[in-house]
Ligand binder design. Structure first.
Ligand SMILES: [Zn+2]
Length: 269
């Protein structure tokens, strides 16, 4: 309990320092044109979302910390940024390596009621007074992370996807691996698909992944994401750089990569 209080107060002090440092860095001269006001407003929302994201990652860190939640034999990597073969960056919140499996954990700090299924492109966030927002489907987001982790590990190991809702509002979704933060410990402890990793294997996996950590800043990563979005809009496959072509499938029209079957990237219309 005392450790928890100390770490929480330390965290709050740290957040205040971060707020002061970043707000002084963003002290752009005042310009009252409409675009500038929009820009400032947007960057505030982005900034706020980032803070919420950091808070969520911190809470999952704490939940995974054996100091607070009991001893467990594991290897943990937080906030790993990797570059794929096309120099695109991917940021992974947590990788938890245990005897019973490897878990790629995506943290979400969403407010309100969240609706969606595994295959939808976007999920819906319902807030008070009927306010709704579209969110990137984190299941798909994490699938892409796992795809790249598999490549780094030479497709040798199974990597399990876990999405953690920090505000414990995942119940409405009914997806077994989209869980509440208060279920995380039990989920990882009870996970059993027959995997049994030795200490040496856990070390090797951790070392291999850390060796692939990209030395880029969060700003560079965000710039990279925006470039990918732009590519998609221009009809370029974000996975291999191929051209996206319209195709007809069982469930209607979609954009597929022209390098299929080598690249299976799909974008729904
Ligand atoms: Zn492709």
């Amino acid at each position: 309990m005392i450790i928890l209080i100390i770490s929480l107060s330390l965290f709050i002090v740290l957040m205040i320092i971060i707020v002061i440092v970043t707000s002084s860095k963003n002290g752009t001269p005042i310009n009252n044109t409409k675009e500038h006001r929009n820009e400032r407003h947007r960057s505030f929302i982005e900034y706020r979302n980032e803070m919420r994201g950091n808070m969520g990652e911190y809470r999952v860190n704490a939940a995974l910390n054996p100091l607070i939640f009991g001893k467990v034999n594991h290897r943990q990597i937080n906030n790993l940024i990797i570059l794929d073969e096309r120099n695109k960056s991917h940021q992974i919140d947590h990788i938890e390596i245990r005897k019973n499996g490897i878990f790629c954990i995506e943290t979400k700090n969403y407010k309100g009621l969240i609706l969606g299924d595994e295959n939808q492109k976007e999920w819906t966030q319902c807030l008070f007074r009927g306010e709704r927002h579209q969110l990137i489907n984190p299941v798909k987001q994490n699938k892409s992370h796992i795809y790249h982790l598999h490549k780094i590990l030479g497709n040798k190991y199974k990597i399990n996807s876990v999405i953690v809702f920090v505000r414990n509002n995942a119940d409405g979704l009914g997806i077994p691996y989209v869980i509440n933060l208060n279920q995380l410990k039990r989920y990882l402890d009870n996970f059993n698909d027959g995997t049994h990793l030795s200490d040496e294997e856990m070390d090797t996996i951790q070392r291999t992944l850390l060796n692939h950590a990209a030395r880029i800043t969060k700003e560079e990563h965000i710039r990279n994401i925006n470039a990918t979005k732009q590519e998609l809009e221009n009809g370029i496959c974000p996975r291999c750089g191929g051209k996206l072509v319209e195709r007809n499938g069982k469930y209607g029209k979609f954009f597929g990569c022209s390098n299929y079957p080598k690249c299976k990237f799909i974008k729904k219309l």
